[in-house]
Design a protein around this ligand. Sequence first.
Ligand SMILES: Cc1cc2nc3c(=O)[nH]c(=O)nc-3n(C[C@H](O)[C@H](O)[C@H](O)COP(=O)(O)OP(=O)(O)OC[C@H]3O[C@@H](n4cnc5c(N)ncnc54)[C@H](O)[C@@H]3O)c2cc1C
Length: 200
Amino acid sequence: MLLSKISNEAYNKGLTGLEFAIGIPGSIGGAVRMNAGAYGNEIKDIVLSSEYLDKNLTLHKINNKDHEFKYRYSRFNENKSDIIISSVLQLKEGNKEEIKEKMNMNMNSRRKKQPINYPSGGSTFKRKDGYITAELIDKCNLKGYNVGDAYVSDKHAGFIVNKGNAKAKDVLLLIDIVKEKVHNKFNIDIELEIEVLGED
Ligand SMILES: Cc1cc2nc3c(=O)[nH]c(=O)nc-3n(C[C@H](O)[C@H](O)[C@H](O)COP(=O)(O)OP(=O)(O)OC[C@H]3O[C@@H](n4cnc5c(N)ncnc54)[C@H](O)[C@@H]3O)c2cc1C
């Protein structure tokens, strides 16, 4: 089920805790798998338990701690054949108007700061304590830099957007260039947040 649908459903029922998820594309399974988060909240804050099937189709039930959540990480990052089939989320009763206000604020902030008018994989690089990756990229004057139709967004340097017919290889080459320039200027090795599935 889509994360945004669950966030809207929580609002309809007057439940608070999922306002951060509005605007994050993807399913609840993908969000638990990568511990999706925004605006200071993460899925790990509300997951009570999950059920998954392993490669032998054995059903397992795990509690929050067993997910081994970290920043954009859970045990499912390592155990790639395990499929989450359900998760129990713990939300609190809240005030519907306040919930709606928070959701609108988050969505407006996304529209204002992120290049959501172009296809992208979301935030290309991880945020780390001590620096904001998008700022480092911006300071290397890379906003608008491109390889083919793959561009470092001129709205938010942390996003690589497809302005036409960019291929995975264009995006990957652009990523290498961004990493190298940031390394040369700041001696920092920025890490990918997106997952590379193919290279052509
Ligand atoms: C414009 C944009 C904005 C974004 N903003 C944010 C943000 O603010 N915060 C944030 O955290 N993320 C953000 N993302 C990333 C987004 O959260 C992920 O792309 C999404 O959560 C992945 O979920 P999915 O269902 O699309 O999974 P997929 O992309 O289909 O899969 C991602 C990985 O999860 C695995 N997976 C999927 N479902 C399951 C399951 N049921 N069980 C086990 N493994 C599974 C897949 O095998 C794959 O390895 C953004 C992405 C975009 C494009």
